[in-house]
Design a protein around this ligand. Structure first.
Ligand code: 9D3
Length: 247
C-alpha cells in the first residue's frame, strides 16, 4: 500500500514514520509513505498557502489552488488513489472505517491547519474524517492516527497476533486485563487463576473480565457486541449485584 501525506508541515512526520511499527512496515515493503509539501504547489513569489477568511474573523484559511494542484498531481499518477481530508467536521473514524481504508491500494491524507481549509475542497476529496470530538492544531496528528491504524492491519505487519486473528476474534468488547512478572508488586497481586495452568478456566475468566470492564467503562459498546448466552447470563448477574449495591 502507498500512503501519501499532504501538509504544510512536512517535518511533523519525520518522527512518527521512522519509529517502531510504521518503520518496520516500510522496511518490510508492506507500505511506502511519501510526505508532500503543500508549499511546493504554490505558484506565487511568496509561496502563499493560506489567506484571510472571506466575511472576516480570526485566523487563516488554507487556499484551494495549491491543495487542488497537489491532489490533481497525485490523481494523475494513480487514478485509484483515495483522497481523505482530515477535518474536525468529518465523519468519525471507526475500526470499520479503518478496515475499509486498509483495503485500498493508495491513500492521500490531506492535512488542514489554522482555522481550516476552504470549504470548496470537499468537491476534490473522496471523504472527510475526524478522529474524535476534541480540537487539534491541525490534521497532521490525525493523519498519523489514521496511518497507524491502517498500517497495522496490512498483511505481514503484525505477526501471529495480527489482523487476521484479530478480525476473527473481534468481539466489540474492551480487552481483558494483562499481567506479567512480578506476581506481587507493592502489595498488588496478579489474579490467582492466571497462575493455575487451567487454560479453560483462564479463557472463561478473561471473557468475564472483558465483559465486566466493558459494562463498567463503556456500556455503550455492549449494545453492538457479539454476545453468547453465557455472556448474557454473566452480565445479568453483574447487573443484579450492582442493583443490590445501589438499592
Ligand atoms: C472554532 C472552530 N474550530 C473547529 C472545531 C476550528 C478548527 C479547529 C482546529 C479547525 C481546524 C482545526 C484543526 N483540526 C483538524 O484539522 C482536525 C481534527 C481535529 O481538530 N479534531 C479531531 N479530528 C481532526 S481531523 C483534523
Amino acid at each position: 500500500m502507498r500512503i501519501d501525506l499532504l501538509t504544510l508541515f512536512p517535518d511533523f512526520f519525520a518522527g512518527p514514520l521512522t519509529q517502531s511499527i510504521l518503520r518496520r512496515a516500510q522496511e518490510q515493503g508492506a507500505v511506502s509513505f511519501r510526505v508532500i509539501n503543500l508549499r511546493d504547489f504554490t505558484t506565487d513569489r511568496h509561496r502563499t498557502a493560506d489567506d484571510r477568511p472571506f466575511g472576516g474573523g480570526p485566523g487563516m484559511v488554507l487556499k484551494l489552488e495549491p491543495l487542488v494542484a497537489a491532489i490533481r498531481a497525485v490523481r494523475a499518477e494513480d487514478a485509484a488513489v483515495w483522497v481523505v481530508l482530515l477535518s474536525p467536521a468529518g465523519g468519525l473514524l471507526t475500526q470499520k472505517k479503518v478496515r475499509e481504508l486498509a483495503a485500498r491500494s493508495h491513500l492521500l491524507l490531506v492535512c488542514g491547519h489554522y482555522e481550516g481549509v476552504d470549504d470548496r475542497l470537499a468537491h476534490y476529496v473522496d471523504e472527510e474524517l475526524s478522529i474524535g470530538d476534541y480540537v487539534l492544531t491541525g490534521g497532521e496528528p490525525a493523519a498519523v492516527v489514521v496511518a497507524d491504524a491502517v498500517v497495522r492491519l496490512l498483511p505481514a505487519v503484525l505477526g501471529c497476533e495480527g489482523s487476521a486473528a484479530e478480525e476473527s476474534f473481534q468481539t466489540g468488547l474492551l480487552d481483558h486485563p494483562h499481567y506479567t512478572r512480578p506476581r506481587v508488586f507493592e502489595g498488588h497481586a496478579v489474579p490467582e487463576i492466571l497462575l493455575s495452568g487451567d487454560h479453560a478456566a483462564v479463557a472463561r475468566w478473561r471473557r468475564q473480565e472483558a465483559l465486566r470492564r466493558t459494562l463498567r467503562r463503556r456500556p455503550d459498546l455492549l449494545a453492538r457486541a457479539a454476545l453468547t448466552p453465557a455472556d448474557r447470563d454473566f452480565l445479568a448477574r453483574l447487573r443484579e449485584i450492582s442493583e443490590q449495591q445501589d438499592g
